[in-house]
Design a protein around this ligand. Structure first.
Ligand code: WT7
Length: 668
């Protein structure tokens, strides 16, 4: 067995190369005395959670949620890796996100400030949002959707997305959101896998000032026999013409708009499935990650409050993630509303109509907590600090980062350019780098902004009640100063409960690498203080602009094109997007290498099979691929080529001339 640890093997994500640079990073930023004094969560939570983890979470569950029936047991771990949290309890997610705030007299508080890309705006108070969700719940029920049924959601970032999710949760239907950037084919496979009964979509949205369609992809996804979809509800958003299937298609305004605003929420079992969200793994087939209700809501609400130091009466929170990703589920649709926060929701791109759009939004709504991704920060760095400088950002008091490792340069820029304007104190806004995954459901590793002295580039500490470790090949905890694999040692409330329809794959993927520990797929390092630095994926999963893509999935899309005989995909380090997709393809004997034309055609083909986000940045046509004697493609050698490095040890290749052949073909 190899004794190498992540960070030293060549199969590491590019951040592994930053291992040495990160070791030089020794800046520390303690919270201001004022911030610490007013923080909603203190260091006491660590001690309390350490003393009795399930009891700590049980206390959070009772404090943060209203249960229609109290639970009798915090955690049932008698059948690992299948956990049950808050056993016997009953809780309704929508009631907790909406009705109870209205009942408590906060109906007039703004829940959502919506900003459309063209500049249209809508404001929903908690009372108004509650009414909309009740109507949507009635409408979905009238279309035959019942508890346990699956609803596919293919919507842009508009309030109807949140309304749809909460309406499903209210009636116990299981939503399965498919990001609007995925293709008709990707949508079809997800609808089929979940056997969805209803699809909720829109005519389209706006992208950089232009209408962008969604409904045609739904039509295409449903163009085959044998699918399970009975109805499609369509939000009119951009007003573009759409094909209409009488009897199947219904305008949102006609169904939801006409429905009754009376709807009583009943509690669902704590372990009732809340949603499925597909994510890429190491194989060609996306996994339907399954989350349930009580534990998911509890950890989401606790982390949202603790990590962002949420003061719901005064803060304005903005998470820029799309509802098509887990961040948009946990930290847009659920946790902020459970916590009674006021949030901003923006439909479009950061550069529409100009590169200052986000900062105008921050100024306009006085955003105090901003949660975004390193790829966005690096893009803003490229555009220049004079752009945010045009807006008043003094409302900002907490900055969050998620999705990929944030390099110290981007972290410092975020602090100094976006966070330093804070007029309140002389000390810039704290940055919380939050590590988690679709599978973990909620944040797992992050500083507490009123407690932790932050370090640029590190997510640092497991949250209270979360047992994270870094281990070596054999599963032994590594000492401080060493790297290894990131694992989670104890079950946590928001953990995935399985993979939809495939319990074996759940065990195999996450629980077989190390017995009794959850293997996250990330490499990490403990520094001399024991703080954790994430180093990127150690498997064949890529991270492009914080979007998770599978090498195998893109390879299988490429070989489905008639001109392609073989394909190998790697994630190559990229300054802005973290990683970029680079594909090496061997064309079929009868296919003519038409140079740019075939490359363009293959990129579009991947766009059609998976979605525009998966299009390779670079496609290199090569005569051979480097393989071991057992036929395994040696991706690390291709990565060396893609990143312009000298090619590493190639002695285990079946044919040791291959790398020279590739180099020669690329010089031409
Ligand atoms: C993968 C999970 C969590 C919501 C967005 C992504 C990477 C995520 C960080 C971070 C370093 C991070 C990991 C992880 N990742 N956050 N703060 N620092 N890496 O969710 O699509 O399920 O991807 O994103 O590699 O495994 P996801």
């Amino acid at each position: 067995m190899s004794q190498q640890t992540p960070g030293t093997t060549a199969t590491q994500a590019p951040q592994g190369d930053a291992f040495e640079n990160l070791s030089q990073e020794n800046r520390r930023f303690a919270p201001s005395a004022e911030f610490a004094a007013n923080a909603v969560v203190t260091a006491a939570d660590y001690a309390e959670a350490d003393a009795d983890r399930p009891a700590f979470w049980a206390k959070q569950a009772r404090e943060l949620l209203s249960w229609s029936k109290d639970f009798t047991q915090a955690l049932d771990w008698s059948n690992p890796p299948f956990a049950k949290w808050f056993v016997g309890g009953e809780v309704n997610a929508a009631y907790n996100a909406l009705d109870r705030h209205v009942e408590a007299g906060n109906g007039d508080r703004v829940a959502i400030y919506f900003e459309g890309e063209p500049g249209d705006t809508r404001t929903y108070t908690y009372a108004q949002l509650t009414e909309e969700v009740k109507k949507a719940a009635n409408a979905f029920e009238s279309l035959g959707v019942a508890k346990g049924d699956r609803v596919a959601v293919y919507l842009p970032m508009i309030p109807e997305a949140v309304i749809t999710l909460l309406a499903c949760a209210r009636i116990g239907a299981i939503h399965s959101v498919v990001f609007g950037g995925f293709s008709a084919e990707a949508l079809r496979s997800r609808i089929d896998d979940a056997e969805a009964k209803l699809v909720v979509t829109a005519d389209g949205t706006y992208r950089r000032g232009k209408p962008s369609a969604l409904k045609p992809a739904v039509d295409e996804a449903l163009a085959h026999d044998g699918h399970t979809v009975q109805n499609v509800v369509v939000v009119k958003r951009n007003g573009q013409d759409v094909d209409w299937h009488e009897g199947r298609d219904h305008w949102w305004a006609d169904t939801v708009g006409a429905a009754s605003a009376e709807h009583t929420a009943v509690g669902h079992d704590s372990e009732h499935p809340l949603f499925i969200l597909y994510t890429s793994g190491t194989t060609g087939k996306p996994k339907g990650i399954l989350h349930t209700t009580g534990g998911y809501l509890t950890q989401g609400a606790y982390t949202h409050k603790a990590v962002f130091d949420l003061h719901p009466e005064t803060d304005v929170y903005w998470c820029t993630a799309d509802v098509g990703w887990i961040t948009g589920h946990s930290y847009v649709a659920y946790a902020p509303l459970i916590n009674g926060a006021t949030q901003v929701m923006y439909e479009g791109t950061p550069d529409s109509p100009h590169q200052g759009r986000w900062w105008e939004i921050v100024e306009k709504y006085k955003v105090s907590i901003l949660y975004t991704a390193p790829t966005a920060i690096r893009t803003f760095m490229k555009w220049g600090k004079e752009i945010p400088a045009k807006s008043d950002l003094s409302s900002i008091r907490v900055l969050g980062s998620v999705g990929e490792p944030i390099n110290p340069e981007a972290w410092m820029w975020y602090r100094e350019v976006i966070g330093a304007d804070s007029g309140r104190t002389a000390i810039p806004a704290p940055i919380v780098d939050t590590w988690w995954q679709t599978e973990t459901g909620a944040q797992m590793i992050a500083p507490l902004p009123g407690v932790t002295a932050t370090k640029p580039g590190s997510a640092q500490v497991p949250l209270p009640g979360i047992a994270v470790d870094v281990v070596d090949e054999l599963g032994e905890s590594v000492p401080n100063g060493s790297g290894g694999y990131l694992v989670i040692r104890e079950p946590w409330p928001a953990m995935l409960r399985g993979i939809w329809g495939d319990p074996e794959r759940f065990k195999e993927t996450y629980w077989s690498r190390f017995e009794t520990m959850y293997f996250a797929g990330d490499g990490a390092k403990k520094d001399e203080d024991g703080d954790i630095w994430l180093l990127g994926r150690v498997d064949d999963v890529m991270n492009v602009s914080g979007h998770r893509l599978s090498t195998a999935e893109i390879e299988s899309a490429l070989v489905s094109h008639p001109a392609v005989a073989e394909a190998a995909v790697v994630g190559a380090a990229d300054e802005t997007t973290g990683q970029a997709v680079v594909a090496f393809v061997i064309l079929r004997g009868d296919a003519v290498d038409t140079g740019d034309a075939i490359v363009q055609e293959l990129r579009n083909h991947v766009g059609k099979e998976i979605g525009p986000i998966a299009k390779p940045k670079t496609i290199l046509v090569v005569p051979e691929l480097p393989k071991t004697r057992s036929g395994k493609i040696m991706r690390r050698l291709l990565k060396d080529v893609a990143e312009g490095r000298e090619v590493g040890d190639a002695t285990t290749l079946a044919d040791n001339t291959v790398m020279a052949q590739i180099a020669h073909s690329l010089k031409k």
